[in-house]
Design a protein around this ligand. Structure first.
Ligand SMILES: CC(C)(COP(=O)(O)OP(=O)(O)OC[C@H]1O[C@@H](n2cnc3c(N)ncnc32)[C@H](O)[C@@H]1OP(=O)(O)O)[C@@H](O)C(=O)NCCC(=O)NCCS
Length: 179
């Protein structure tokens, strides 16, 4: 399994969208590492995987990106479907809804970023975002799963777009950063 899968699983342990996919805490805890393993593998195949380490050299922050013209790559589909189990319908519908919210013009998409809870607040996510955004030649787009992180992204020049309700699940927060 990708080491980054454990980082993202811990960062997103109580995330509203993950909780919608797997409401039960014990099932969610088991499902998150293989779920993120598949999501990281997808971006290794067709996308960008950025990693940051803490002062002791341990992997502590992961960012997943899709460059222009790449939409929802898949890898390890069996792992993904096994992790989703009976939640596959709602998760795939949520994924489609979020894909439809993406701009029609070429853009760099921040698919996910997460820092180990114990390593948060030390600038790791900021360093990864600043590095990739400095290289970006197009608009950048993301969908925040929670309103709490919207002010964080605003620091990097992202602007809020219309909120997006996900079925019977949470509202999520599309944001764009124009070049
Ligand atoms: C958002 C996240 C990636 C930031 O990672 P990080 O490595 O801690 O980020 P940095 O240390 O570079 O910056 C942290 C800053 O953002 C602010 N911030 C980040 N998330 C926040 C939140 N949910 N609520 C309030 N402030 C938040 C912190 O207060 C901090 O501000 P400061 O610099 O003034 O102290 C991390 O909090 C995380 O993994 N959250 C869970 C997963 C998640 O929500 N991902 C993004 C939404 S899809």
């Amino acid at each position: 399994m990708e080491p980054g899968a454990f980082v993202l699983a811990a960062a997103f342990a109580d995330d509203p969208l993950m909780t919608y996919f797997w409401p039960g805490p014990s099932r969610r805890r088991k499902a998150l590492p293989p779920f993120w393993d598949s999501r990281i593998a997808s971006r290794r195949k067709n996308g960008l995987v950025d990693l940051a380490h803490d002062a002791e050299g341990n992997l502590a922050c992961v960012a997943l990106w899709e460059p222009a013209h790449v939409v929802a790559p898949t890898a390890k589909p069996a792992t993904l479907l096994r992790a989703l189990g009976s939640s596959a319908g709602r998760a795939l519908a949520a994924g489609r809804r979020m894909e439809h919210a993406r701009p029609a013009t070429p853009h760099l998409y921040l698919a996910a970023i997460g820092t180990l809870p114990g390593a948060q607040g030390r600038g790791l996510a900021t360093a990864l975002l600043e590095r990739r955004l400095a290289m970006a030649e197009q608009d950048c787009f993301l969908i925040s799963n929670t309103s709490a992180t919207v002010p964080f992204y605003t620091r990097f020049g992202f602007e809020s777009q219309r909120e997006l309700p996900i079925g019977r699940g949470p509202v999520v927060y599309p944001m764009i950063r124009r070049k």
